[in-house]
Design a protein around this ligand. Structure first.
Ligand code: ATP
Length: 765
């Protein structure tokens, strides 16, 4: 059977393409500490619908009633994802608030009542170090994949890359514990980013719980069509949106963030589902918090802090803008972009340093403890050294210390360190102009920048949304004071406007999202008037930041070698065609073959998918450049072949009675991926080797194909928008001549310097 061309293929060594312009064909073998490699550790997901004789028969037998029932269940799953995400958010918030209050009260007590600085330092260090050790240990020793904000993982997963353990329940639990510890310790990390990851994890876990719940009985017919990677991806996208919606009280912003940062495929029905989930999560979260806060001892404060606007409602009479301020908005955007790029650059260097020198768990834990002690010492020393006194404002909450200040006033810096991040952001946006001096704001801005840089790469679940907002709001407020000094007419007595724009510019400069962030800011402030200034600032910040570096998430994704397909195909690639980068030694499988032959193929190769070709190769003409492997009949995955052999599915023909069992086994194999099972050596009895298998009922009979002449950019778009894992390359007569996987495409990345220097070909280190 000449259609079979299987050799032991080196997983890492496919064609490294020749590039004709400023592109780097990135090595698939992990090179140390570079953003220019693609790791072979990550498997791809297949978001293409599995269509075979089995699924067609399923649809026919199930009928319309089952379609309706499946739809109802689907919406119920989305509903339960929203409720569970909101519940987890409430739990995290409540614990953080309780722990922070305990910490702040103890510190206030020893400074203002006992007047003991040394005791205060010890208490402060203990309250910072103990949660840090807990938060770091759970990550290091229980679930290392819970480290960081998790947003790069969510982006990668939605893009089509399987991130190991991303939806594991243990990861969810560890993330929750770690994020509580980060916030309670007062490190420079927030809970909003992790809440997005938590939402996605809840999405993945809830859908699996439903799958398990309906595994047997009549329900299995209904849940069957929902059991695939594509449905799970949509539910995780909805969970991520619900997380952001709960965190910022921004359902539309959450939906748009899911679109802008995550999903590569978007449809109106998906938008509906994601929005539904985000819209349910926000009021649930809000209602839950309000119920908890009505029992609070201080109801007046609860009303203010739990208003439905996360940033507090801006006064529409004082927050206005004139067109003459547009240059100021642009300058804010440029400044935010430059600072954001600086943040990303330092973060990149720190990550490389950590990858090289902080490798063992002991060192990682020691690093976290060091940062925690540093945070406590910096907080207290800034309070002692900068004894700026501020008259007590009516609106200021009670968590401030008098320290060495005269009666009726308080230590200004203390209001930054003894409040939660949410309280700080609201005070920076809403307190009158005299509430903070330029000096205190500057000290806070610089120290918080450093603390955030140090915290973000620790082995803990720390996000950077709120820390970035705080840094930006601080320098925005400094700018507003300067502007007020020279031109009081522009801002009147309300510095909140520029604090808001500073926050937007800083976050936009780091994260590089635009539309979604604009909407998040609008929803979190309840002020539509400010749409235009926010848009101008965010767009300018993004463009400026992009001029210098990638966004932080893109940088982190590249650094971990995830084979992600970015939103646009690499530029200047229309002259590269599939034949330049496909694998042209294809392992194809005839649609009818003997069990022994199939087992040998699986045992001697490492590929995850195989084109299925006609057994009799009638028309296969060898071209000068490429060998051909037979007429294309379909495509089949290794996991599906494993199941067919393991459960002897080939022994019985396809009847209506057994197709459900077969379908379920095949379906399960496509979304459960365990490498050790997938690549284990298969054994069959000698007498079974000669049994003939017909693969047609199981294979995908209409796989996506491209022709030899298709350009790289076209193939790239197909892969990205359809979420494909493999594509078969055929010649003019429908004969298989090559195969492409997502990693073959992910190797193409624009290397900035190469692009500007106009190099012909770049060897990436
Ligand atoms: P993933 O593991 O996510 O499926 P991958 O690229 O690692 O992606 P493999 O199947 O291991 O998938 O493929 C490794 C290399 O072998 C790729 O360059 C791909 O083009 C090539 N390849 C994939 N399938 C076949 C096949 N059936 N025959 C020959 N080469 C193949």
């Amino acid at each position: 059977m000449s259609g079979v061309g299987c050799m032991n293929h080196n997983r890492e060594g496919s064609n490294l393409s020749t590039t004709s312009n400023a592109l780097a064909a990135v090595n698939s073998k992990p090179r140390s500490h570079s953003i220019n490699y693609v790791s072979s550790d990550y498997e791809s997901l297949d978001y293409d619908h599995y269509e075979s004789e089995l699924t067609v028969r399923e649809e026919k037998l199930n009928g319309y009633k089952t379609v309706v029932a499946t739809n109802v269940i689907r919406w119920l799953i989305y509903f339960s994802i929203a409720i569970c995400t909101a519940a987890v958010g409430i739990f995290i918030d409540t614990i953080i608030e309780y722990l922070c209050n305990w910490k702040f009260q103890s510190i206030r007590n020893c400074i203002d009542v006992k007047h003991s600085t040394m005791e205060c330092l010890i208490i402060w260090i203990l309250f910072t170090v103990i949660p840090t050790i807990i938060g770091c240990c759970v990550v290091l020793f229980m679930e290392p994949s819970a480290a960081g904000s998790g947003i790069p993982f969510v982006i990668s997963y939605l893009n089509g890359v399987r991130i190991p353990r991303m939806t594991a329940v243990r990861c969810l639990l560890v993330k929750v514990i770690s994020v509580i510890c980060v916030c309670a310790a007062g490190l420079g990390g927030g809970k909003e980013g992790p809440l997005i990851h938590i939402g996605a994890m809840v999405g993945g876990s809830v859908v699996e719980a439903w799958w398990k719940g309906f595994r047997s009985g009549p329900g299995r017919k209904i849940i069957g069509p929902l059991q695939n990677d594509q449905e799970r991806r949509d539910m995780m996208a909805a969970g991520a949106a619900a997380g952001l919606s709960a965190a910022f009280g921004s359902p539309v912003g959450g939906t748009l963030m899911s679109l802008e940062e995550g999903t590569s495929f978007w449809s109106s029905s998906l938008m509906w589902k994601v929005f539904f989930c985000a819209a349910i999560a926000f009021p649930t979260y809000n209602a839950g918090k309000n119920i908890l806060y009505t029992n609070n001892t201080n109801p007046s404060e609860s009303v203010h802090s739990k208003s439905i606007y996360f940033f507090g409602k801006f006064n529409e009479n004082t927050i206005y803008f004139s067109y003459s301020e547009f240059p100021i908005f642009i300058i804010f955007g440029i400044f935010g972009g430059v600072l954001g790029a600086l943040f990303v650059n330092i973060n990149y260097r720190l990550s490389i340093f950590r990858m090289k020198h902080i490798i063992s768990n002991r060192k990682k834990l020691l690093e976290s403890v060091f940062v925690a002690v540093f945070v406590a010492i910096v907080n207290l020393t800034t309070m002692i050294l900068l004894n700026n006194c501020q008259k007590k404002l009516e609106i200021s909450s009670f968590n401030v210390v008098q320290m060495f200040c005269p009666a009726g006033s308080y230590n200004e810096i203390s209001s930054f360190w003894l409040h939660t991040q949410e309280e700080n952001i609201r005070s920076l946006f809403h307190y009158p102009i005299e509430a903070y001096s330029i000096f205190s704001l500057l000290v806070y801005c610089v120290t918080y920048f450093i603390l955030t840089e140090l915290t973000v790469g620790l082995n803990m679940s720390a996000g950077l949304f709120l820390p970035s907002l705080l840094i930006g709001a601080a320098w925005g407020r400094i700018a507003s004071k300067v502007i007020h000094y020279y031109s009081p007419g522009i801002i009147g007595n309300d510095p909140g406007k520029y604090a808001l724009l500073g926050a937007a510019a800083q976050l936009g400069g780091i994260v590089r999202a635009t539309i979604s962030l604009t909407v998040v800011f609008i929803e979190a402030t309840g002020n539509v008037q400010f749409l235009l200034p926010l848009m101008i600032t965010l767009f300018t910040a993004k463009w400026t930041g992009d001029f210098f570096t990638d966004g932080i998430y893109e940088m982190q994704i590249k650094l971990s070698g995830v084979p992600i397909l970015i939103s646009e195909p690499p530029p200047l690639t229309s002259d590269i065609t599939t034949e330049d980068f496909m694998s042209d030694t294809v392992c194809a499988i005839p649609h009818i073959l003997m069990v022994g032959k199939l087992v040998d193929i699986l045992n001697t190769t490492k590929h995850n998918g195989f084109p299925v070709v006609a057994s009799k190769v009638c028309y296969c003409r060898t071209t000068i450049e490429h060998k051909c492997y037979g007429l294309l009949k379909g495509f089949i995955l290794r996991s599906q072949l494993n199941v067919i052999l393991e459960h002897n599915l080939y022994l019985s023909p396809l009847h209506d009675e057994n197709y459900y069992t077969k379908l379920e086994l095949i379906r399960k194999s496509t979304f459960i991926c365990d490498d050790t099972l997938l690549f284990q050596k298969l054994k069959v009895k000698e007498d079974e080797r000669s049994i003939v298998i017909d693969l047609r009922p199981y294979m995908n009979s209409a796989p996506y194909i491209v022709r030899l002449e298709t350009s790289l950019s076209r193939t790239f778009r197909l892969f990205r928008t359809l979420g494909l894992r493999h594509i078969v390359v055929i010649n003019n007569t429908n004969e298989v001549v090559g195969i492409i996987t997502r990693k073959d495409l992910a190797k193409f990345r624009l290397w900035r310097k190469a692009a500007t220097m106009g190099l012909k070909e770049v060897n990436v280190y």
